[in-house]
Design a protein around this ligand. Structure first.
Ligand code: ADP
Ligand code: ASP
Ligand code: MG
Length: 585
């Protein structure tokens, strides 16, 4: 007998007929002898309708009342779902988040799960009932109803699978699996047979709306195997698991459309400047991405970062205040940008990935405003109007148009493979940030080009030359251009320093750059789960280093990792500072 969690999204329970069809899936599984927990979203567009109602009453509804309102959507669908099962002769019990015991923090409309009590649900399962759980909702320590953020029913489902030690979590939705990019936008998108937790984490948090990214944090932390399938037709779907071994260079392309860029210009270049800014943003719960600080000239540097458009007004207000305090020259922003990312766990071992991407964008005449990379992804910031065109260009360039995934589904083992004590420790942490390790890499050199012409194709030209010189590039960062001039930095193995210097000359000539610099650096990498989705990780890094008077030259973030570069002489000291800061001693 297996224990299974099945989740049905909004379109899968959009009307009574669909509810009955979904209920039949649960009934079938139950009849086969399995214990079944069903997690249900609100019917169809019900949550949007509720948001619309609130907007008709007031422009700024209180977050508590929003949660009270939005949670009703799921209450309707769970009860109808239970009735459908009962009418088929099954015992079924619907439960709200509060009745299950899904305890969250008090950050209304984006609450995080703190604990889930399992006794009630387990008792019902043992007694032979099918449990229908309302997705997306919980309650805070004061008993207020909370919601987990739009799309949060996925997170309810995977979290329940984790605490109930379920054998698998099945996500039923309106597409028949995870695709290389959104199949509703790109007809050439291809279904993946398997995708790893890390790849899915990146894809989800970089814009692939098919899964709530926090659900994949749970899946990774607790080793929950997930399968994503269509509610409407039978098929193998896509397996998301840690066992997925396919190391494709690029597994998918994601688009985050509603991004905004903020730049603080001419910040006096001193340790602690970034810390002040990011600490205040984090304290207001604003997650920042693509943080780029250029190398700066004349004792000042520009700091650019992206936030979602939704967070832009608050982020600007905070940034303006901090900029004034830091005596920066000013703050600029652009609300009309999009972030395009390529993701693949085989990227680390492949050569010329970035160059291929930049060439494809250059050929499509798309100007790239900012670039950041991490081990398994490259993100570029482009004008919003170029977002979809960029996705199409990248998708084609990496051979994903019409791609046929030949990998075989991974063996889905039991949920908890780690030792029981470790599992208990993790379960206590639930959705907390989990920092697992901090490592120092002294084998890199940093190459920086200043004053590059800001025209489409400049990044392509730089990395074509880098490829020609046979240099193996690790981190790449392009800061937001000012006065028509861009700045690109990248790291290469320190042993290639001489070759990098020679190539730098050629690049400078070919691309019209004036200044180049190759320096020895220390790369510190912090790995864990929840790094991007928890506001404030960057800040936790900046603060102790700033206190020790250590300047960060470059930073790149991903879901599972933050990399920072500092001067080589500060490497060892930075490592011990960060190990202490993140309690890794
Ligand atoms: P549900 O209501 O079942 O939770 P969602 O609308 O949240 O469904 O997610 C499914 C949608 O995600 C699909 O209809 C598709 O348009 C979109 N999507 C975006 N990126 C991808 C992708 N890489 N693979 C599959 N679907 C994607
Ligand atoms: N009903 C909620 C929403 O539409 C949660 C979910 O569907 O996952 O965002
Ligand atoms: Mg969804």
């Amino acid at each position: 007998m297996a224990r299974v969690v099945q989740k049905f999204g909004g379109t899968s329970v959009a009307d009574p007929e669909k509810i009955v069809r979904a209920a039949e899936k649960a009934a079938l599984r139950h009849a086969a002898g399995d214990q079944v927990v069903v997690v249900v979203s609100a019917m169809g567009k019900q949550t949007d309708l509720l948001v619309g109602l609130a907007e008709q009453i007031t422009e700024s509804p209180s977050a508590r009342e929003m949660d009270m309102l939005l949670s009703t959507g799921e209450q309707v669908s769970v009860s109808l779902f239970a009735m459908a099962l009962q009418s088929m002769g099954h015992r079924a019990v619907s439960l709200t988040g509060g009745q299950i015991g899904i305890r969250t923090d008090s950050s209304h409309t984006k609450a995080r799960i703190q604990s889930i009590s399992t006794d009630h649900v387990k008792g019902l399962l043992e007694s032979g009932a099918i449990v229908i759980a309302a997705g997306f909702q919980g309650f805070d320590p004061d008993g207020n109803i909370t919601t987990l953020g739009r799309g949060g029913s996925d997170t309810t489902a995977v979290a329940l699978a984790a605490v109930l030690n379920a054998d698998r979590c099945e996500i039923y939705t309106d597409v028949d699996g995870i695709y290389t990019t959104d199949p509703r936008v790109h007809g050439n998108a291809a279904r993946l047979v398997t995708v790893s937790h890390d790849e899915m984490l990146e894809l989800a948090s970089l814009g692939a709306g098919v899964m709530h990214s926090r659900s994949i944090e749970f899946a990774k932390k607790f080793g929950v195997p997930i399968v994503v399938r269509s509610s409407f037709e039978d098929g193998p779907g896509t397996e998301i698991s840690s066992g997925s071994t396919s190391r494709r260079t690029v597994s998918g392309v994601a688009l985050a459309k509603d991004e905004a860029r903020i730049t603080v210009e001419d910040v006096p270049d001193q340790p602690g400047a970034s810390h002040q800014l990011f600490a205040e943003l984090a304290s207001r719960g604003i997650s920042v991405d693509m943080i780029i600080q250029n190398a700066g000239t004349g004792g000042t540097a520009d700091i650019s970062f992206t936030v979602t458009n939704q967070d832009l007004p608050t982020a600007l207000e905070i940034t303006n205040c901090v900029a004034e305090r830091l005596r920066a020259a000013g703050v600029t922003h652009n609300p009309d940008v999009a972030k395009v990312s390529i993701v693949g766990s085989g990227m680390v071992d492949a050569e010329g990935v970035a160059a291929t991407l930049f060439n494809a964008l250059s050929a499509a005449k798309i100007n790239v405003h900012m670039i950041t990379t991490s081990e398994i992804k490259v993100s570029v910031l482009v004008d919003r109007k170029n977002g979809e065109k960029s996705v199409a260009a990248a998708h084609k360039a990496f051979g994903l148009d019409g791609f046929i995934d030949k990998s075989s589904p991974a063996e889905s083992g039991p949920v908890h493979k780690s030792d029981p004590l470790e599992v208990v420790r993790r379960l206590e942490g639930m959705e907390d940030l989990a920092i697992e390790d901090c490592q120092l890499d002294m084998s890199q050199a940093l190459v920086t080009f200043l004053n590059l012409r800001d025209t489409p194709g400049v990044a392509a030209a730089v990395f074509e030359e880098v490829g020609r010189a046979g240099l193996n590039v690790d981190m790449i960062v392009q800061s937001f251009p000012r006065n028509g001039q861009a700045e690109i930095s990248f790291t290469v193995p320190a042993s290639d320093r001489q070759r990098a210097l020679a190539a730098a000359e050629n690049i400078a000539q070919a691309c019209g750059a004036e200044t180049t610099d190759v320096s020895e650096v220390a790369k510190l990498s912090i790995t864990g789960v929840g790094i991007r989705s928890h506001a404030g990780v960057a800040d936790k890094l900046f603060a102790p280093l700033a206190d020790a008077g250590i300047n960060i030259d470059l930073i790149s973030t991903s879901e599972v990792r933050v990399n920072v570069l500092v001067a080589a002489e500060h490497g060892k000291r930075s490592l011990s500072i960060l190990r202490t800061a993140f309690a890794l001693e």
